[in-house]
Ligand binder design. Structure first.
Ligand code: CP3
Length: 334
């Protein structure tokens, strides 16, 4: 059994596996090297040779317990024929949404468009660097994908006034998302993903009253589906106020917490395995501070099944040496 499975399935509290969100990314010079020669981000995600190589880059440097496949949550709208591009210093930019296109789309068309993602998972999970480690597949949660598909770019701090105005459109998109997200999860699992993480990066934009319709119910459907595939699922509802309600309703195998929640409240309220929490900015400081902050999380979750991670992705300006220090510290912690 891999360390992540021991924590997620057996609720083992004697180990603290570690992996880091965005561990394959811009803070690594070897990633920037490849990225420089591949300006089209989507094309890079669809090059299974390069995307599997990028996925393995952090595992060559650090003693991590999992490989998360180098891809993006926006491969889903891309697979649904919505135009997706990544502009430098701006982030994702999506094209107009054509409901007719989406309604016409069948599963074969979708799989054909994103097929290299599954091939990359296959390459990574069969690679010797992931022996006794988990290969993590992932999807965006329906809500977060809906935000990108309608807003067509990152929403920054709040949604546009008229975001919810076209109820028909929203419902049709949510129906399509459920169908194709299940397919995307299934294909990742069939190709070697041993854990699935569901990223709900914009869950925090919703008011409490809207959570059931847009977050709880659509995510619960995916969690239940993933469980039928016999693969543990971790949810990351970034920015929500009430992790307790979320866990009780959505029932993932593990919950990833963001850096704004107090881990002392989490340990009181939540009995499922926990992942993450430490502020990525800590890695921009010094080793003493990194040690103290990492120790804080490890101490609090000492008798709780816990996977070490950050409370959001590692920042591009992080020095890889600090990442190295962190991984070693977590591994040596007793
Ligand atoms: O190492 C890993 O974690 C796996 C790869 C991964 C990426 N994106 C690669 C990526 C994962 C799991 C994601 C998830 C993702 N993508 C989320 C959810 C997590 C989160 O960050 O909240 C979201 C919201 C996206 C959408 C997205 N992709 C944005 C907003 C951006 C631009 C912002 C940025 O960091 O540049 C991306 C681009 C992106 N996805 C990069 C990487 C490595 C940077 C690409 C580059 O310019 O080199």
């Amino acid at each position: 059994m891999t360390p992540l499975h021991k924590v997620l399935k057996n609720r083992d509290t004697s180990i603290n596996p570690i992996w880091i969100m965005r561990q394959a990314g811009r803070y690594l010079p070897e990633f920037r090297e490849i990225r420089k020669k591949n300006p089209d981000f989507i094309k890079l995600c669809l090059n299974e040779k390069l995307s599997s190589e990028i996925t393995l880059q952090p595992l060559k440097r650090f003693d991590l317990d999992a490989a998360i496949i180098f891809s993006d949550i926006l491969m889903l709208p891309y697979g649904l024929n919505q135009k997706v591009e990544f502009k430098k210093n701006f982030g994702p930019l999506l094209g107009d949404l054509d409901l007719n296109e989406i309604s016409k789309l069948d599963e074969v068309d979708f799989v054909e468009k994103v097929y290299p993602v599954y091939k990359a998972i296959n390459l990574v999970s069969n690679h010797e660097l992931t022996n006794s480690k988990s290969t993590i597949g992932f999807v965006g949660a329906p809500w977060t994908l809906l935000v990108y598909m309608i807003n067509k770019q990152s929403p920054k701090l709040k949604l546009k006034e008229d975001f919810f105005s076209d109820e028909f459109l929203i419902n049709r998109i949510l129906i399509a998302l459920e169908r194709f997200l299940k397919l995307h999860i299934k294909n990742q699992v069939e190709n070697g993903a041993e854990v699935i993480q569901i990223f709900d990066s914009w869950a925090g934009l919703l008011e409490e009253k809207d959570l059931p319709n847009f977050v709880y119910i659509p995510t619960l459907n995916l969690v239940e589906y993933t469980k039928t595939l016999n693969v543990p699922v971790i949810c990351f509802p970034r920015g929500i106020k009430n992790y307790k309600n979320y866990c009780e309703i959505v029932k993932p195998d593990g919950v990833c917490i963001d850096y704004e929640v107090d881990p002392l409240n989490i340990i009181k309220d939540i009995n499922i395995p926990v992942q993450g929490g430490m502020d990525p900015k800590v890695l921009l400081s010094d080793k003493e501070n990194i040690k103290n902050q990492a120790k804080k999380y490890l101490d609090i979750f000492k008798d709780h099944p816990y996977i070490f991670n950050l409370g959001h992705g590692i920042l591009p300006e992080t020095n890889p040496e600090m990442m190295d220090y962190l991984v070693k510290f977590v591994k040596d912690y007793k």
